[in-house]
Design a protein around this ligand. Structure first.
Ligand SMILES: Cc1cc2nc3c(=O)[nH]c(=O)nc-3n(C[C@H](O)[C@H](O)[C@H](O)COP(=O)(O)O)c2cc1C
Length: 363
């Protein structure tokens, strides 16, 4: 199976854990000719399975399910304790206790794998690491297409050796978590820009590329296809759709002139993730430890309380660098608009190149 057999347009709706990309969004995108994705992250295995059944009830078209890879539990407990104390004022402000930070870092991975092997879906993608060859081979045997998220050419080479069908190349512009295999505590999560990364990965591995990061309109999709990608994966662009389960406060903040910048931060989850810069990020980002998922567990209640209070300054407002270009369109319409813009951009590029050729031959 080729990536292009899975959808009419080279447009993938990014899996977005935390409630944004549920069955309604995934089904609408797949029905419209894109590739919709469910996010299994933070869910129980049964919660994931219920959503799969919902999508199947809404569309017969291919869709994907995204899994978080289990995380290395070797995190410094003292650093987590210090961060807990640093967040004490937030707990008082939001009248919510801080969560229990345990090392339960496997996100029900094995149970989810078992369901996906037992009752296969068309596509499974992975983030925060690469499964070993036995897992990817087992999916290949049952006809499931596999995609591994990578943020460097070295990670792409590992995915290739392990037998992935494709890589999702995630640039530093991307909203939400960077899918880096290992979070290096010394790095601020700084990574490569998408166009550079596509070129490097193209050079390193012969796999199809799904490009992600900051893509909001058809001309940008044309750009990544021209750079060597086979499809584009968009997250933030779909956050403002009515089918997206992002909170109204989050949706509104994406185009609110109050929020002009995004940054990578560990403040909310302990792993670098890109969001709109708000008070919580400014105050706690500078010293938040590299401790995922413990910091995620610690701040869960605070983030919920801030959302319930309609307070964007205490929430994780995940967003890619292109957030100001978000459009409030139904998901199917957004797919159509993006596909039409892609056609226009391709036609314009062809015309520009023809003019240049004509000029050259006339001179
Ligand atoms: C709210 C949100 C949640 C996300 N959750 C996931 C996830 O569960 N799994 C995953 O592989 N990527 C996740 N991502 C990253 C996307 O897959 C993708 O890389 C990113 O959205 C692309 O950048 P863009 O948002 O600028 O389009 C998430 C992104 C956002 C904005």
């Amino acid at each position: 199976m080729a990536l292009t057999d899975l959808c009419r347009y080279p447009i993938v709706q990014a899996p977005m854990a935390g409630g944004a990309s549920g069955a309604a969004l995934a089904a609408a995108v797949s029905e419209a000719g894109g590739l919709g994705f469910l996010a299994a992250g933070y869910k129980t295995a049964d919660g994931m399975y219920q959503e799969i059944k919902q999508v199947r009830g809404l569309t017969g078209r291919p869709f994907g399910v995204n899994l978080f890879m289990p995380q290395d539990p070797a995190t410094d407990p003292a650093a987590i304790e210090v961060y807990r104390q640093q967040l004490a004022g937030e707990a008082t402000w939001y009248e919510t206790p801080l969560g229990e930070a345990d090392s339960g870092g496997d996100d029900n991975y094995e149970a989810k794998l078992a369901i996906l092997r037992e009752d296969p879906v068309p596509v499974v993608s992975f983030t925060f690491g690469c499964p070993d060859r036995t897992v990817l081979d087992a999916f290949a045997k049952i006809g499931t297409y596999t995609i591994v998220t990578v943020t460097t050419p070295e990670e792409a080479a590992i995915a290739h050796r392990a037998g992935a069908d494709a890589v999702c190349v995630q640039g530093v512009e991307a909203g939400g978590h960077q899918g880096t295999y290992r979070d290096d505590p010394q790095s601020g999560g700084a990574g490569l820009g998408l166009l550079t990364l596509i070129a490097l990965v193209r050079d390193a591995v012969p796999l199809p590329i799904v490009a992600a990061g900051g893509l909001m309109c058809g001309a940008q999709i044309a750009a990544v296809l021209a750079a060597g990608a086979d499809a584009a994966q968009l997250g933030t662009a779909f956050l403002t759709c009515p089918e997206s389960g992002a909170s109204p406060v989050h949706k509104q903040a994406l185009t609110d002139p109050l929020f002009v910048r995004t940054e990578l931060t560990r403040a909310f989850s302990g792993r670098p993730a890109r969001g709109l810069v708000n008070r919580f990020m400014r105050e706690h980002g500078p010293y938040a430890p590299a401790a995922y998922p413990q910091v995620h567990q610690l701040t869960l209640g605070l983030r919920k309380a801030a959302a319930e209070a309609g307070d964007p300054q205490g929430m994780a407002l995940w967003a890619g660098q292109g957030h100001r270009l978000a459009r409030e369109l139904p998901a199917a319409r957004l797919v159509e608009v993006l596909a039409a813009e892609l056609d226009d951009a391709a036609a314009q590029l062809t015309a520009t190149l023809r003019n240049l050729r004509n000029l050259r031959s006339a001179s």
